[in-house]
Design a binder for this molecule. Structure first.
Ligand code: C5P
Length: 232
């Protein structure tokens, strides 16, 4: 089994409610409960550290208390940037764990097969990220509102979470980013900076990230389909 850091300290600025989106209900439970449940149901994770905003640690601890019979589940306070929240989570994971996954709390519907695949790839290659081929053609601008280049779609990937790493690589990557003042939204980018190769694990399943109110409506449909169909 491996450990997981679940960043959940976002403010939900892009949601209408203005509340942390992972504390909102989806198909009858909060998103953070669904996400932790999904990780634990895979039986791949022995320790899950959820990173909450300082003001939400107590509420999330209460919501997640019931899961502690299945694995070690802890809630710790995060930081103002996602990267700093992940670093806070890493600090709460003991040295006995060889691999660590980072999984956004805002992706509650990741499939069991995708979880197994990305963990297996990380064990083989040291680092792996779930990803899907991009559907849109991506263009780069020239900074003045005109197209500078059209990128080759067949080599582009929309990267998701979980991202799974050798624990020593991930810790070193965060330490070095802190020293160098680098702040990004993707842990793999920090590991890439160290020169390690990161495997792309193709995810054929939906792995919706809850960002806008429309995502929410779609997630509600998918989650209810799963509840009735049990497809994942
Ligand atoms: O804002 P965004 O959806 O990109 O955030 C991705 C994940 O990172 C979310 O689950 C959010 O709760 C988490 N996050 C965090 N600490 C921050 C900002 C975001 O844990 N300071």
């Amino acid at each position: 089994m491996i450990a997981a850091v679940v960043p959940a300290a976002g403010s939900g600025r892009r949601m209408a409610a203005g509340k942390n989106k992972v504390l909102l209900p989806l198909a009858g439970r909060t998103v953070i409960e669904l996400t932790v449940d999904r990780l634990l149901a895979s039986r791949l994770f022995g320790r899950v550290v959820v990173v909450a905003g300082a003001a939400e640690v107590a509420e999330m601890s209460r919501l997640l208390a019931g899961f502690s019979t299945q694995a070690e589940v802890a809630v710790v306070a995060g930081g103002a940037e996602r990267q700093w929240s992940v670093a806070c989570g890493l600090a709460a994971i003991g040295r006995e764990w060889e691999y660590i996954a980072v999984h956004d709390a805002a992706r509650p519907l990741v499939s069991r097969q995708a979880l197994a695949a990305v963990v297996a790839d990380a064990r083989q290659y040291g680092a792996a990220v779930l990803a899907a081929p991009v559907r849109d053609t991506i263009k780069q601008d020239d900074g003045t509102g005109f197209v500078a280049a059209t990128l080759e779609r067949c080599s582009l990937w929309a990267v998701q979470t979980p991202q799974v790493f050798r624990a020593d690589w991930l810790r070193e990557a965060h330490r070095r980013a802190g020293e160098d003042g680098v702040v990004v939204t993707d842990d793999a980018a920090l590991v890439e900076r160290l020169g390690h190769k990161v495997r792309i694990t193709v995810n054929p399943d939906d792995n919706l990230k809850l960002t806008t109110p429309v995502d929410w409506q779609l997630a509600e449909i998918l989650a209810r389909e799963e509840l009735t169909g049990g497809t994942r």
